[in-house]
Design a protein around this ligand. Structure first.
Ligand SMILES: C[S@@+](CC[C@H](N)C(=O)[O-])C[C@H]1O[C@@H](n2cnc3c(N)ncnc32)[C@H](O)[C@@H]1O
Length: 218
């Protein structure tokens, strides 16, 4: 059987040290998040950030949508990889946290490239759908109970061949633990099953960070 290596913190630090250097404001956000205690885990990992940047560059993404801004690490990371004409809309219903993200976007001189919308993601996706908005990449990292809704609505917004990417799909590894059956774990299992059976996209799960599902619209 093929064996995967165990990714220890030392190994992760080595990976970070030998990957894209971080922008100073990315470092600022990481340092800020470290002061937040447990909710720091909401932020995507650096390896996930590097992966999103690579995908954006390879796929020549111009229009990007993010669901779940938090303090802005993923939005800023993606914006840094976009071309000059590229734009990202990032959605969050939390006013306070969005204001924190906006200060970092401004500090990085990226407030023209990043549009921070403070709104319910579900309602906004419905409005975008009505207005026939389209995106090359949609990154979903918000309330897991709506992941299936976000997927179905995103299919109206994503261009053919575009990517819809979901975070936390391995849910700390709990999705395979038979003894763990709490609501959030069950929600994530249901979502993974739904995506597996979907015929409108081609998909794969990457065991990066907390697990990323990449769906390509056929
Ligand atoms: C996991 S965090 C996002 C982390 C961010 N992508 C990063 O890497 O820093 C999830 C965010 O989604 C927001 N959120 C949760 N449910 C939402 C909803 N229904 N509509 C809009 N935002 C929502 C929360 O306020 C929170 O800031």
């Amino acid at each position: 059987m093929l064996k995967n290596i165990e990714v220890t913190q030392d190994l992760l630090d080595y990976v970070y040290d030998h990957s894209y250097p971080l922008h100073p404001v990315q470092k600022d956000i990481l340092n800020h998040n470290k002061t937040l205690g447990d909710i720091q885990r909401m932020q995507i990992s650096e390896t996930q950030g590097h992966f999103l940047q690579l995908i954006i560059k390879l796929y020549k993404v111009v229009n990007c949508l993010e669901i779940g801004t938090f303090t802005g690490f993923s939005a800023l990371t993606m914006a840094l990889a976009l071309p000059d004409k590229g734009k990202i809309i990032t959605l969050d219903h939390d006013v306070k946290i969005s204001e924190v993200a906006k200060t970092f976007f401004k500090k990085a001189n990226l407030e023209n490239k990043i549009n921070t919308e403070i709104a319910s993601a579900l309602e906004t996706l419905k409005i975008f759908s009505k207005n026939r908005r389209t995106f090359d990449l949609i990154f979903v990292d918000a309330d897991k109970g709506n992941y299936i809704n976000y997927f179905d609505l995103s299919l109206n917004l994503i261009k053919k061949n575009g990517l819809i990417i979901f975070d936390n799909v391995l849910w700390h590894g709990d999705v395979v633990k038979k003894s763990i059956n709490d609501k959030q774990t069950q929600i994530m299992r249901e979502f993974n099953k739904y995506i597996k059976n979907d015929r409108r996209t081609e998909k794969t799960i990457l065991a990066l960070g907390d697990g990323l599902t990449i769906c390509r619209k056929l």
